[in-house]
Design a protein around this ligand. Structure first.
Ligand SMILES: Nc1nc2c(ncn2[C@@H]2O[C@H](COP(=O)(O)OP(=O)(O)O)[C@@H](O)[C@H]2O)c(=O)[nH]1
Ligand SMILES: [Mg+2]
Length: 288
């Protein structure tokens, strides 16, 4: 069985941990494109996060300087097929940010990035941790100066994400079938956008909110990129008490979705299969 690594990256507060906590129950329920093939070892932190969700709370932020937690799980396509062991290191957003600011990534992560043939990049709707540039020309100048700027802690989020993409391009390896490494761009908290934004889709959202990042993603020749909207429970447990009540009535299994473009209608729709962003990265081709 091959051991593959899928890296999870994004700034602080971008929805990474809650997704991993939701992914495990989804893999375990075996209803999606990708299913758990074995019971994983030592996934305490994943179970803790899932437990928060089961109780009707988003998992609280746990950003610590030395924080690196790996979720290792053996997965297989639901219809049968090769099992793959995937490692999803949930490295804290603060660490990613520091790595970019200091222009330095530890050897440990470099090894992880080189082993990876796929990644999930998180951006979140409505995060107050998002650092916004004045405009994108400013961002571009900043990007050119990463490594010299005196006020680098204000590095705009999209500039940081562009740098992370550069690391991915430099390090990630080909997929087992020889294809280019894949990158799922996941817009978390997609339940918070209005219906018009939902219908235009996550790429259009990136074009408006993160134009520099959107351009970077369009330009990459090294990676295959696809965008997904994500809602781990299908609504806002924190700011929407009515939603939380109905959530608690029905339970976690009935909640959460990924927005994908329907291949026949070309319209964006909600798909209850929360494994899709990972399934596509590991190459379950029917994930359309
Ligand atoms: N409405 C909504 N909020 C979310 C969703 N996922 C995450 N959040 C919010 O984003 C916050 C940060 O998420 P977290 O997973 O800790 O981000 P991380 O720092 O990237 O690991 C959570 O506390 C929630 O308030 C989602 O699917 N919907
Ligand atoms: Mg986290």
């Amino acid at each position: 069985m091959s051991l593959r690594s899928v890296v999870l990256l994004g700034g602080p507060d971008s929805g990474k941990t809650n997704y991993v906590g939701r992914l495990w129950p989804a893999l375990d329920a075996k209803g999606g494109q990708l299913v758990a093939a074995e019971q994983p070892q030592e996934i305490g932190f994943v179970l803790d996060t899932a437990e928060h969700l089961f109780q009707g709370h988003f998992a609280p932020r746990t950003e610590h300087a030395e924080n690196r937690r790996d979720f290792e799980v053996v997965v297989a396509p639901r219809g049968g097929g090769q099992s793959t062991s995937i490692v999803i290191p949930d490295i804290s957003g603060e660490l990613w940010r520091t790595a970019v600011i200091e222009s330095e990534i530890s050897e440990d992560w470099m090894t992880e990035l080189r082993r990876a043939d796929g990644a999930l990049l998180f951006v979140r709707v409505g995060s107050d941790q998002d650092v916004r540039p004045l405009d994108w020309v400013t961002s571009r100048k900043l990007l050119a100066r990463v490594g010299q700027d005196e006020d680098r802690s204000k590095l705009p989020t999209q500039v940081m994400l562009c740098e992370l993409i550069r690391y991915l391009e430099l390090t990630m390896t080909q997929r087992p079938n020889g294809g280019r490494p894949r990158l799922s761009v996941v817009i978390a908290a997609w339940d918070r956008v209005d219906s018009e934004t939902f219908e235009k889709g996550p790429e259009a959202y990136l074009e408006t909110e993160y134009p520099l990042l959107a351009g970077r993603l369009r330009d990459t020749a090294r990676l295959e990129v696809r965008a997904f909207g994500l809602s781990v429970v299908g609504g806002d447990l924190k700011d929407d008490p009515n939603f939380r009540d109905s959530f608690l009535d029905k339970g976690l299994d009935q909640h959460g979705w990924v927005s994908i473009r329907d291949s026949s209608t070309s319209k964006w729709r909600k798909d209850p299969d929360l494994t899709l962003p990972v399934a596509w990265v590991v190459g379950i081709e029917s994930a359309s």
